[in-house]
Structures are given as structure tokens and as C-alpha cells.
Design a protein around this ligand. Sequence first.
Ligand code: FE2
Ligand code: FE2
Length: 312
Amino acid sequence: MSPEDRFDALIEADERIEPTDPMPDEYRRTLIRQIAQHAHSEIIGMQPEGNWITRAPSLRRKAVLLAKVQDEAGHGLYLYGAAETLGVDRAELLDLLHAGRQRYSSIFNYPTLTWADVGAIGWLVDGAAIMNQIPLCRCSYGPYARAMVRICKEESFHQRQGFELMLELSQGTESQREMAQDALNRWWWPSVMMFGPPDVDSPHTERSMAWGIKRFTNDELRQRFVDQTVPQADLLGLEIPDPELRWNEERGSYDFGEPDWGEFKRVISGGGLCNRQRLATRVDAHEDGAWVREAAAAHAAKVAARAAEAAA
Ligand SMILES: [Fe+2]
Ligand SMILES: [Fe+2]
């Protein structure tokens, strides 16, 4: 069987492609781009919430938020590891991020103005992330699919801690309820846009679906997210800021308004409120960590030399 036939047969049988299997260059490139973008989003995503760790209102909330932000660092780690199985070095990927040549999710270019934003991010942003990521546990590329299984378990904790925070605020004082509503107003549309452009403007969707990288289209996932989230907002007694939102009996789904795709494009191409700040903070953190990488590399070299000596 030729390498091409073997790849096609594995995809056809819905089996996993492993790092040593033959794969088309374009499949490899697509995955590197997608996994890198995903890894970058995890670590940049630590910033908006990390901003609130020192101001968490109780010890319990601080511990929960710390754990969540650390989880996101871990997600970045698994994903850079998964990308490396495709033959790239994570240092290369970080250089591309720092040079602005690879993207991360545009949601993290919005500011976190109040404590309620921590709740809204967990509830909506992590909620949307789970919706996107659960199908990735069945992605055709083995190392990516396996990384996603663990990530999804942690994301579900993130979503629940966010919802619980929103519940406490929405049942609290009038000003706490208002703060929760204000956070929902600001985070709703950016979250709906997290699924990417509408299917008609998403040129790679078809090929990614044929390769088993993607299992559902952007619009399908967006619809699921809306259908799942509206009853949760009802439970919170908060109002989703979309005048066109209504239950469609015939479709058994919610109809909803069109996001501002102009804003989406603007934020993606650098025009969001926090794009510069996020990237600058990331580059500073990387430069500050240079001594740690050097020390780790020196230690690894020593251990390897000692092992070689013992074996000689
Ligand atoms: Fe994550
Ligand atoms: Fe998360």
C-alpha cells in the first residue's frame, strides 16, 4: 500500500493518525497551525484572569482562580508537546507568536473590568471552549486527540466555577447582580464569535472535516453553544443582550442575531483593546524566563553526561 493510500485508509476507517504514520504535507501544516494557535490561546488566556488573582474577594475564590490559571498553563504545555510530535520545535512556535505571525483566540484581547468578568469568562469563554474541544477528543491526529481528553475534563471545572461565581453574584445584592449582568453584556458576543467566522466565510472547514480534524462546522457549534447557554442565563435571572433571541419551535433551537463580524475582523487583526498589551506581557514573561530555560537545559545536559559516564 502506498503511503497516500495508507493515510486515506486510516482516515476512511476513522482510525487515529500517529506521528510515525505517513501524512500529506498539508495535513501536517494544518495541524501545526491549529495546535499552535490553540496552545498560544491557552497561555495568552492566562492574562485576563491572572489580572484578578491578587484581588479575588476571598481565600476560596483566590485558590480556585489560581488553580484555573495554572490549568491553562498546563494546557499550553500539553499542546506544545502535541505540536512537537509533528516535527516543529516549541521555541519556533513561540517566536512566531511573539512576532505576531501566529494567532491566538481573539477573545483574550478584551479587557477584564470587574470581578464578575472572572465569572463570565469561566461560564461563557470556557463554556464555548468546551463546545469546540469535545469533538477534538475524536480528532484524527492521535496526540492532539489525547491531549484534548484531559484538557476537556479541566475545562469543565473551569466552566462550573464560572457559573457558580455568576450564580452567587446574581443572587447577591442589587449592585452585584448589575455587575454580573454588565459582564454578560460585554462577554456574550465575543463568546459567540469564538466559533470563528460563519460557514460561508470559512474556506478551510470542508477540508478539515474531510480529514477528521474538525467534526462540526463553526455554525453548528455556535448553535449548540447558544442552545446550551440560554437556559443557564434564565437560571441566573440574567438577560442575554440579543433582541433577536427567541425559541424556534420548528427547529427545536434558538434563533439569534448576527454578531458584529466587522468587530471580529478588527480584533483578530490587532485592533482589539488589549492586543498590544497581551503580546507585550507575553514577550516580557518569555524574556524574564530565559534564565530558567538555560538552567533547565544545563541541568539536563549534566544528567545526560552523568548517565553516559555511568554507561561507559
Ligand atoms: Fe484551557
Ligand atoms: Fe479553561
